[in-house]
Design a protein. Structure first.
Length: 243
């Protein structure tokens, strides 16, 4: 017979069935967000951690401070965009941000201008996106979609880092890198997410983490008990005595 120990098999079956029942509930839209929209338990947890992550990812003040070191520094660069279709938008973004001689050809964008002024404009756009103000960005660039503007900045500035390094302008390249990683990326990635501080949701976060650990152990014990019930238990091997 397959079942060797009825008691552990019964316990394992009960644990596994209750685990699956709760998992099914987590996949149903039984939760609500701040706007009253129905969410599954998994979506709710994902939203909570996204909000907490956004609340600890506001680096704009530090980025603005670093921009002071490149104010008035002229650059003249030609970069190749990985997304060539963004080149026309990148040119308009540069022109609206104070660049001179911004042109596009064959997926490459050439421009000249004050690096501090250009990066300040990119940081302003990222800050608006971080605060979910896409309308301000769209208005600045003749109605262009805000997230597409952020993409144009990213594909424009990312290769600019390497070009500046080739010119041995390391400090300028580091500032551009900061704007990309600590302004444009968080602004784009967290757009539409409401920020939340960990200190204001400490009990919710602790409860969710504790539930995750207990729920994982729940499944582990279910499998352990089932295996013991069918005779697949781990036992210490006997030491052979030498005759």
């Amino acid at each position: 017979m397959l079942i060797h120990e009825k008691a552990p098999f019964a316990r394992g079956s009960l644990l596994l069935l209750s685990f699956l029942a709760l998992f099914a509930v987590l996949l149903m839209p039984v939760m609500r967000d701040e706007s009253g929209n129905h969410l599954t338990g998994l979506q709710y947890a994902d939203n909570v951690f996204n909000e907490l992550s956004k609340g600890s990812s506001y680096f704009i003040p530090g980025v603005r401070e670093s921009l002071k070191s490149v104010e008035g520094k002229e650059v003249q660069l030609t970069v190749k965009l990985k997304k060539a279709d963004l080149a026309p938008l990148a040119v308009m973004v540069l022109q609206k941000s104070g660049a001179a001689d911004a042109t596009a050809a064959d997926g490459k964008v050439s421009f000249r201008g004050d690096l501090g002024t250009l990066l300040a404009s990119a940081t302003d756009d990222a800050n608006a996106l971080y605060h979910n103000n896409a309308a301000a960005v769209a208005q600045k660039y003749e109605g262009a979609p805000a997230l597409k503007v952020a993409a144009a900045w990213w594909y424009l500035l990312s290769p600019s880092i390497k070009e500046l390094q080739k010119e041995r302008r390391i400090s300028e390249a580091q500032v551009v890198d900061q704007v990309v990683r600590r302004a444009i990326e968080p602004g784009n990635n967290f757009y539409s997410v409401l920020p939340a501080k960990v200190s204001e949701h400490i009990w919710l976060m602790s409860g969710m983490l504790i539930f995750y650990v207990l729920y994982t152990l729940w499944y582990g014990f279910a499998i352990f008990e089932l295996f013991e019930g069918v005779g697949l238990a781990m036992t210490k091997s006997k030491v052979k005595s030498e005759g």
